[in-house]
Design a protein around this ligand. Structure first.
Ligand SMILES: Nc1nc(=O)c2c([nH]1)NC[C@@H]1CN(c3ccc(C(=O)N[C@@H](CCC(=O)O)C(=O)O)cc3)C=[N+]21
Length: 291
């Protein structure tokens, strides 16, 4: 049996269609949703992602601002720009592309963004709100994964969910969302003993480690839903230069019941949920000013 493939581009198109309608409705009341993106340095992958975010805004009827700085910029310059964007009522979302160069204290940068414009959901206040079960902004990648599961009616209540990876931007918030949805959640990481013992129990397996093709078919329970959050550029071998996930698609596709591809899976949904958060922020601010 071969797994059904969960097409992130197709789902993105559907969701973005609905977002465009909401953006148009706001527009007719004189408000254009606006995302500000800050990019530091010349990392080519970051440049691609930022370009996709800006293009996504345009196609959905939103505005975007992009500020690029050289890798050796004085952090004070970036902090000053964030303060300006925080104070600008026409800006509804602020995103500082990660990772930042070494001279930056990334946590301090994330805390400098006004929490009500933190569309990444990375500010401590928003992390706390998610943990307490009343999120303000859900981090885009885990948010996209939840939308993917919902779109396929994957049963969540009582399901065994196993997440491989414990990062602040994917693993931890993913655990909170699946927990809130009624899953029994296991979070595995580099110190986990017998990883395959855990992954083989998963009804829902989320791979977010950043190691190319490390989850193989023999680690997957037959019929499981496999969500691949990895985006790795292969350095060598026959597929050098190509993008691949944390899941070995070739050996997993005949075991899983449902699987997300890379590219064309979680990545596009991440950007879609960033647009959703920006729109949501603009709608909230429009409600505030009406009051
Ligand atoms: N503050 C911040 N917020 C982020 O959300 C953030 C970040 N920093 N830093 C980097 C990661 C990575 N990320 C991706 C988003 C979309 C794709 C995506 O659309 N990928 C396409 C392929 C794109 C390509 O060809 O390279 C796909 O999977 O089909 C990938 C990666 C957001 N991130």
């Amino acid at each position: 049996m071969s797994a059904r493939i969960l097409d992130g581009n197709a789902l993105s198109a559907t969701v973005r269609g609905r977002l465009a309608e909401r953006a148009a409705a706001l527009q007719s009341r004189g408000v254009t949703p606006c995302l500000a993106v800050i990019l530091v340095g010349e990392d080519p992958a970051s440049a691609v992602y930022v370009r996709n975010k800006v293009a996504g805004c345009e196609k959905t009827g939103m505005r975007s601002l992009k500020d690029s700085y050289p890798a050796d910029v004085d952090p004070a310059v970036v902090f000053a720009r964030i303060a300006e964007l925080n104070a600008d009522p026409t800006v509804h979302g602020i995103l500082v592309q990660l990772p930042l160069p070494r001279q930056f204290d990334s946590d301090a940068v994330l805390e400098a963004i006004a929490p009500e414009k933190d569309v990444d959901g990375f500010h401590a206040e928003n992390v706390g709100a998610l943990m307490q079960g009343n999120p303000r902004f859900i981090p885009c990648t885990p948010y996209g994964v939840m939308e993917m599961l919902k779109s396929q009616n994957v049963p969540l209540k009582g399901a065994e969910a196993v997440i491989v990876g414990r990062s602040n931007i994917v693993g931890k918030p993913m655990a909170m969302l699946l927990l809130a949805a009624g899953c029994t959640v296991t979070v595995c990481h580099s110190q986990t003993r017998d990883l395959a013992f855990h992954t083989r129990r998963a009804d829902i397996l989320v791979a977010a480690v950043g190691r190319p093709r490390m989850i193989t078919g023999d680690m997957v329970k037959p019929g499981a839903t496999v969500i691949d959050v990895g985006i790795n550029r292969l350095q060598s071998g026959p597929d050098a230069g190509k993008l691949c996930g944390d899941v070995d698609f070739a050996s997993t596709k005949d075991v899983a019941g449902l699987i997300t591809p890379v590219p064309g899976g979680v990545g596009p949904m991440t950007i879609t949920m960033l647009l959703a958060n920006t729109l949501e922020s603009a709608e909230r601010s429009a409600r505030e000013t009406k009051k």
